[in-house]
Design a protein around this ligand. Structure first.
Ligand SMILES: NC(=O)c1ccc[n+]([C@@H]2O[C@H](COP(=O)([O-])OP(=O)(O)OC[C@H]3O[C@@H](n4cnc5c(N)ncnc54)[C@H](O)[C@@H]3O)[C@@H](O)[C@H]2O)c1
Length: 285
């Protein structure tokens, strides 16, 4: 015990050599491993279902206090009830993210309750009706841009203000494979998702030196209510959709949430301005 003057017990299980079976050693030394976002305050939009719901559950399981935002506040309440029942910390908040007053109020709720904002996953979005470019009504174009692009701009506008003043923070925006290639028959969705990547890069560049990281994820086709609405329970449509995915089957919402949590965690400290595909090898750029 010459090198251990305080007589700290050796956590190495008998028979294990240092440098060998590292994960077992770490588990033995730190049985109460901290979560990826332990102690952080995380705001998640579109948290009532799909990818946002999975993210709310995972951020909470990884140690964050979650503010679950959705226009469907009753469904968001149901999600946070389950998170709390499992010992997680979460609150729900209703907002229409196309409305600037709602977005401002949402950020105020985070600050009033927790005093800061560490992570934001701007995930809420809608899908569109397939059709020809020339048949797309202006109202549908505008609604798509409002929900899938302007809402991300509004969220970032207020999140960045808070995070820059704090001197830290991480934002993840939900784009899509349609952020880098065309989604045939969906010019409005394609435009909005390309736009999300553009404003992600602008924000990352402006705020990097202020301690704020901004990234985008590009989910592949994922089994959420958005996609289930399209598949409509038809195994042939699911097979057709799956053929376009390299690994041959749909993503699960939790697989997308994993990437969002990692990007928001300090383990991604040197990652900013990135567009991360999470799609089982669908869009290979
Ligand atoms: N599911 C996929 O295959 C897929 C693929 C690529 C990208 N994405 C993107 O991921 C994100 C989440 O998709 P999802 O499949 O989980 O969708 P979803 O439709 O299952 O859930 C979206 C949630 O966003 C909420 N929402 C919509 N408009 C809102 C608004 N104006 N204000 C507040 N909340 C609003 C809805 O109420 C809903 O709870 C979207 O941005 C989507 O474009 C999804």
């Amino acid at each position: 015990m010459a090198d251990n003057p305080q007589n700290i017990p050796d956590p190495t299980p008998a028979g294990l050599q240092l440098g060998d079976q590292t994960a077992e050693l770490v588990r033995a030394a730190f049985p109460l491993r901290l979560g990826l976002v332990e102690g952080k305050v995380a705001l998640i939009t579109g948290a009532a279902r799909g990818i946002g719901e999975a993210a709310a559950r995972l951020f909470a399981a990884e140690g964050a206090a979650v503010i679950a935002v959705d226009k469907d506040v009753a469904a968001a309440e149901a999600v946070i009830k389950e998170i709390r029942a499992r010992g997680g910390e979460a609150m729900a908040h209703g907002a229409d993210l196309t409305n600037e007053h709602d977005v401002e109020a949402m950020i105020r709720v985070a600050i009033d309750n927790y005093g800061r904002l560490d992570c934001a996953f701007n995930n809420a979005g809608i899908s569109g009706r397939f059709g020809s470019f020339i048949d797309l009504p202006l109202a549908e174009w505008q609604q798509m841009i409002d929900v899938n692009l302007t809402s991300v701009f509004l969220c970032m506008k207020y999140e960045l203000g808070v995070m820059a003043a704090q001197g830290f923070g991480a934002i993840v925006n939900a784009s899509s494979g349609a952020g880098v290639v065309a989604a045939p028959g969906l010019p409005h969705y394609t435009a909005a998702k390309h736009g999300v990547l553009g404003i992600t890069k602008c924000a990352a560049q402006e705020f990097a030196a202020k301690g704020v990281r901004v990234n985008a994820i590009l989910p592949g086709t994922t089994r959420t209510p958005m996609i289930e609405g399209f598949i409509n329970g038809d195994p042939n449509i699911e097979k057709m959709v799956s053929r376009g995915i390299g690994r041959g089957y749909l993503g699960e919402p939790s697989e997308i949430a994993e990437a969002a949590v990692w990007l928001c965690s300090d383990r991604a400290s040197f990652v900013s301005g990135a567009s991360l595909s999470v799609d089982g090898s669908t869009v290979n750029r």
